[in-house]
Design a protein around this ligand. Structure first.
Ligand code: ATP
Length: 234
C-alpha cells in the first residue's frame, strides 16, 4: 500500500532522514522503532505531507505522492495521529471528532462516524460535551485516535500513542491499535515502547540516526542481540 524509497528529509541544516526505504502492505501493522531523535516522527510527517521530501519517493498504491501535501494525503485516505495528542483543548469531545471528519460530505455520514467512534470508545460517548483539555491523558489519546478514524482512513500513522500514559492504559491503547488493524485498516506505528510495538506488529523497521539499520518480523527483531541490548534492556 505504501512504499518509501530513498527518502531524504531535513530541517534547515539538520539531515533527519538520510535515505530510508520501507514498505507497508495492505492491512498490515508495521512498526517503526528507534531512539529519541532517530527520525521516526519525521518519517510520519513526511508521509502525511507536513515535511517536504528533499529526495527519494513516496508511493501510495503505486501513485507517486511525494509532493502531494497534507490536504491531498488526507483525501487519499491517510490519517496522522500526532505525538502529544494535539487535541483542541477548548473544544468539546464531539467538536474535536468533527474536525477529523471535515471532508465528510453529509450530516448523515457524520452521524454514522460519530456512532462508530462512540461504539469503539464508550468513554468518549459519555464525555462528548466535555472540553477536551479537561480529559485525562488516556482519554485525550483516545480522542486523538478517534479523530484520526473519523475520516475513515485506509492508512493511519500513529506517533507514540503510548507516550506519557499509565501502564494499564498503555496496554489498552495497544489493544485498540491491534483492533484497528484487525478491522482492515493499514497501520504504521511509531513507538519508543519497542517491545510492545514489536509484539503487536506484522513487520518492523529499526531507525538509527536517520537510517534504517534493521528490519524483520517483530519476533525476529525481539530476538536480535543488538535490538535486545539497545532497545529492550536485556
Ligand atoms: P522522538 O522520539 O524524540 O520524537 P524521533 O525519532 O521522532 O524522536 P524526529 O522528531 O523525527 O525524531 O527528529 C529527527 C531529527 O530532526 C532530530 O535530530 C531532531 O532534532 C530534528 N528535528 C525534528 N524536528 C525539527 C524541527 N522542526 N526543526 C529542526 N530540527 C528538527
Amino acid at each position: 500500500m505504501l512504499e518509501i524509497s530513498d527518502l531524504v528529509c531535513g530541517y534547515g541544516q539538520v539531515a533527519a532522514l538520510k535515505g530510508i526505504s520501507l514498505t507497508v502492505g495492505q492491512g498490515q501493522l508495521v512498526a517503526l522503532v528507534g531512539a529519541n531523535g532517530a527520525g521516526k516522527s519525521t518519517t510520519l510527517r513526511s508521509i502525511s505531507g507536513l515535511v517536504p521530501a528533499r529526495g527519494g519517493a513516496i508511493r501510495l498504491e503505486g501513485d507517486d505522492v511525494t509532493r502531494a501535501g497534507p490536504q491531498r494525503m488526507l483525501r487519499l485516505g491517510v490519517a496522522h495521529c500526532p505525538e502529544g495528542r494535539r487535541v483542541f483543548p477548548h473544544m468539546s469531545v464531539a467538536d474535536n471528532l468533527a474536525m477529523g471528519a471535515y471532508l465528510r460530505p453529509s450530516d448523515a455520514a457524520l452521524r454514522d462516524d460519530y456512532a462508530r467512534i462512540y461504539t469503539t470508545f464508550p468513554r468518549l460517548a459519555e464525555r462528548r460535551a466535555q472540553m477536551a483539555g479537561t480529559l485525562s491523558g488516556g482519554e485525550q489519546q483516545m480522542l486523538a485516535i478517534g479523530r484520526a478514524l473519523m475520516s475513515r482512513p485506509r492508512l493511519v500513522l500513529f506517533d507514540e500513542p503510548s507516550l506519557g500514559l499509565a501502564p494499564n492504559i498503555v496496554e489498552q491503547m495497544f489493544a485498540i491499535i491491534g483492533s484497528i488493524r484487525d478491522a482492515g485498516t493499514t497501520v504504521l506505528l511509531v513507538e519508543q515502547n519497542a517491545f510492545a510495538a514489536l509484539e503487536l506488529c506484522d513487520y518492523a523497521y529499526l531507525l538509527e540516526a536517520g537510517r534504517i539499520v534493521k528490519s524483520g518480523t517483530g519476533a525476529e527483531l525481539i530476538d536480535d542481540p543488538h535490538v535486545r541490548a539497545a532497545y529492550l534492556g536485556s
